[in-house]
Design a protein around this ligand. Structure first.
Ligand code: ATP
Ligand code: ZN
Length: 578
C-alpha cells in the first residue's frame, strides 16, 4: 500500500509504535479514544490507556488520516511539535511517554500539574462522552443545547434566521468539567472534536504560534461541521501589546491570527470554537466582542446534588461497601470540583486495592479525602525537632483562631505530617455549601489564615517562612473584599485589574491596596490577641501534635477546655462524626 507517504517504522517496543498501514486500518476502531497530532507524529491513545506512535511524513496522507479519525468521531488533538526533526526526536522518546501515560492511568490524576500532554481518561474509561456522563449542570447543558442543534444542521439553522453561535467561552474553576462538556457537545452533535491547548501555541520563535493556529483552523474547515476546543485560552488570549520582547511579539501575532480565523467564517462554515479559562479577566477584550466569544457559559462548582450525581457517575466502575452512602460523601465535600470528586473515588479505590480489601469502605474514602484536600503525605521528608515544633505551634495558632471565631468553619483535623508543599495543615470545612459569604465570615477567614503567623510571633517570638502561603491567601481575600465586594470604608467600588481598561485612577488603586493591607494587619493583631488569651491551649495542642502528628475533632477541642491536661482523646473518624 503506497500513497506516496513516507513512513518511518520505529525500532523499539512493538506496542509503542504503529505503521502507516496500521494507522489507516484502525481509524474506524472504537478502541481508540484520542489521537494527537504533532507535526508528522501521530500518537494513538487506546481505550485501555495504551499509547502508540507513528510518523507520517506526507502532508496529504496526514490530512487524509485526520479526516478519517474525525469522521469516526475520535477526538483529534493538535500538539506543539512541528517539523520533522522535532517529530523524530520526539518519537525516540516514545517509550518514556508510554510509561508516563501508564503511570498516569495507574495513579489517577491526583496532581493536576503533573498532567502533561495527554489528556486523562474519561469517567467511564471509553472514548465518547455524552451529556449523560456529565453529571449535574442541567442549566449549563441547556445553554449548550442550541450549539448542539446548530452543529447538527448548520444550513437549516442559518435559514431560520437563528444567530449561529460562533464562539462559546466556558469559564469556571479548574476541574469543573469544561473540557468534558465540550467533548460531550461534540458527541451529542455527532461532529469531530479538534482540540489544542492554549499553551501549545506558545513558542520561542516568532510566528510559530500563529502558524499553528492557522493549521488548526485549516483542519477545522476541512472536517466541518466540527468543534474546535482551545483549553486554557488565557495562554493565547491575554491582552496584547504588553512588552517589546520577542515572546510578547509572538504572543500578539498568535492572538491576532486567532481573531482573524474567527472572523473568517460565518454560520455556513459550521465551526464552533469553544474555549475554556478560569481567568476571563485577563483575556483581551477583542476576543469577547460580538462574533467571537460572544457567549459565555459559567461552569460552576457543583452543589450538593451535583456532587452526589458526579460521585454516582464515577462510582459506577468501583465496588463500594454496602453501607456507603454517596449522599453523605457529597455532604462532607463542599467546595470540591468534579475532578476532585472523581479523584477522591479513584484514590479510595487505589487505597482499597493496596490494602487488599475487596471493597471500598468509609475509611478508604476518608483517607482519600484527606489526600485530595491536603496533598499526599510526604513520609520521606524529615523535619528536625525545631522545625516540627515551629510547625506544631503554627498549626495550633490556626486552630485556636478558628475555635475562637464565631463565623469560622469547624476544625476537623490538624496535622504536622508534611503533605504536598505544606509542612502542616489545619482542615476547617464548612458544614454546608455556602452561597453567600458575609463580611464577618471573610474577616474570620483572614484572621484564621493569620493565626499561624500570630502563634509564631507570640509563642516562638519569631517568624517562619511557613506562613508565606497563608499571607498570600489572606492578602488576596482582603483585596477582593475591598476592590470587588465593597466591604470596606471605600464603599461599593469595583476596581479590577482589567488589562487595557484603566478606568480608575492610580490614586484609587493605591487606596485599595492600602485599605486591604490594613485589613490583614488588623486581623493579624486580632489573631495575636486570641493566641495570647489561649496560650495554654495552644501550647498543649502543639505538645499533643508533636506526640501524635495528627489530631481529629474532639481531641482538638479538648486541648482548649479548662482542665485540659486530663482531657480524654478519642479521635473521632470523619466517617463517624460527620
Ligand atoms: N460534572 C461532571 N460530571 C462527571 N465528571 C466530572 C464532572 N466535572 C468534572 N468531572 C471529572 O473531572 C475531570 C476533569 O474535568 P475537566 O478536565 O473537564 O475539567 P476542566 O474544567 O476542563 O478543568 P481545567 O480547567 O483544568 O481544564 C473529568 O475528566 C471528569 O472525570
Ligand atoms: Zn499556615
Amino acid at each position: 500500500m503506497t500513497i506516496g507517504a513516507l513512513v518511518y517504522s520505529l525500532r523499539g517496543p512493538r506496542e509503542g509504535t504503529i505503521s502507516y498501514t496500521e494507522l489507516t486500518q484502525i481509524t474506524g476502531s472504537q478502541a481508540i479514544t484520542e489521537v494527537r497530532v504533532e507535526g508528522e507524529r501521530f500518537s494513538i491513545r487506546g481505550a485501555d490507556g495504551s499509547l502508540r506512535v507513528g510518523i507520517v511524513g506526507d502532508e496529504e496522507a496526514r490530512h487524509a488520516l485526520v479526516d478519517k479519525f474525525a469522521a469516526a468521531g475520535i477526538a483529534v488533538e493538535y500538539g506543539s511539535r512541528e517539523g520533522s526533526t522535532g517529530a523524530r526526536a520526539a518519537t525516540a522518546l516514545a517509550p518514556i511517554a508510554v510509561m508516563l501515560a501508564l503511570g498516569a492511568v495507574g495513579l489517577g490524576m491526583h496532581r493536576r500539574k503533573s498532567r502533561a500532554h495527554f489528556s486523562e481518561g474519561q469517567a467511564s474509561g471509553v472514548g465518547k462522552v455524552r451529556f449523560t456522563d456529565v453529571a449535574g449542570m442541567d442549566e449549563v447543558k441547556e445553554a449548550l443545547a442550541e450549539t448542539v442543534e446548530f452543529l447538527k444542521n448548520p444550513e437549516r439553522f442559518g435559514r431560520l434566521g437563528g444567530r449561529a453561535p460562533r464562539g462559546v467561552l466556558l469559564t469556571g474553576e479548574p476541574g469543573t468539567g469544561k473540557t468534558l462538556l465540550a467533548r460531550a457537545v461534540a458527541t451529542e452533535a455527532g461532529v469531530p472534536f479538534l482540540t489544542a491547548s492554549g499553551s501549545s501555541f506558545q513558542e520561542m520563535f516568532v510566528g510559530v504560534g500563529a502558524s499553528r493556529v492557522r493549521n488548526l483552523f485549516a483542519e477545522a474547515r476541512r472536517v466541518s461541521p466540527c468543534i474546535v476546543f482551545i483549553d486554557e485560552i488565557d495562554a493565547v488570549g491575554r491582552s496584547r501589546g504588553r512588552g517589546g520582547d520577542s515572546a510578547s511579539a509572538d504572543h500578539d501575532q498568535t492572538l491576532n491570527q486567532l481573531l482573524v480565523e474567527m472572523d473568517g467564517f460565518d454560520h455556513t462554515t459550521g465551526i464552533v470554537v469553544m474555549a475554556s479559562t478560569n481567568r476571563v479577566d485577563v483575556l483581551d477584550p477583542a476576543l469577547l466582542r460580538p462574533g467571537r466569544f460572544d457567549r459565555q457559559v459559567v461552569v460552576p462548582l457543583p452543589d450538593l446534588r451535583g456532587r452526589r450525581e458526579i460521585l454516582e457517575v464515577h462510582a459506577r466502575p468501583i465496588v463500594l461497601k454496602e453501607d456507603i452512602d454517596l449522599a453523605h460523601v457529597a455532604k462532607v465535600t463542599p467546595g470540591f470540583s468534579g475532578a476532585e470528586l472523581a479523584n477522591l473515588l479513584n484514590e479510595a479505590a487505589i487505597l482499597a486495592a493496596r490494602s487488599g480489601a475487596d471493597k471500598v469502605d468509609l475509611e478508604h474514602i476518608d483517607k482519600a479525602r484527606d489526600r485530595v484536600l491536603m496533598g499526599e503525605e510526604r513520609k520521606s521528608l524529615v523535619m528536625d525537632a525545631e522545625e516540627r515544633r515551629a510547625t506544631a505551634v503554627h498549626e495550633a495558632g490556626h486552630v485556636t483562631v478558628a475555635l475562637s471565631s464565631k463565623n469560622a468553619d469547624p476544625v476537623h483535623k490538624v496535622s504536622i505530617l508534611p503533605r504536598g508543599r505544606a509542612l502542616g495543615v489545619t482542615q476547617a470545612l464548612p458544614e454546608r455549601d455556602r452561597l453567600l459569604y458575609t463580611k464577618e465570615y471573610l474577616e474570620d477567614q483572614i484572621c484564621m489564615l493569620m493565626g499561624g503567623r500570630a502563634a509564631e510571633m507570640v509563642v516562638l517570638g519569631t517568624m517562619t517562612a511557613g506562613a508565606a502561603d497563608d499571607i498570600q491567601r489572606a492578602a488576596s481575600l482582603a483585596r477582593k473584599m475591598v476592590a470587588e465586594l465593597g466591604m470596606s470604608e471605600l464603599g461599593p467600588i469595583n476596581v479590577t485589574d482589567h488589562p487595557g481598561h484603566v478606568t480608575h485612577s492610580e490614586h484609587l488603586h493605591a487606596r485599595v491596596d492600602e485599605v486591604a493591607r490594613k485589613l490583614v494587619e488588623h486581623q493579624l493583631e486580632r489573631a495575636c490577641r486570641i493566641v495570647r488569651e489561649t496560650r495554654d491551649g495552644v501550647l498543649l495542642l502543639a505538645e499533643r501534635l508533636l506526640e501524635e502528628d495528627t489530631l481529629v475533632g474532639a481531641a482538638i477541642v479538648a486541648c482548649f477546655e479548662k482542665r485540659a491536661d486530663d482531657a480524654e482523646s478519642a479521635p473521632a473518624e470523619l466517617a463517624a462524626s460527620a
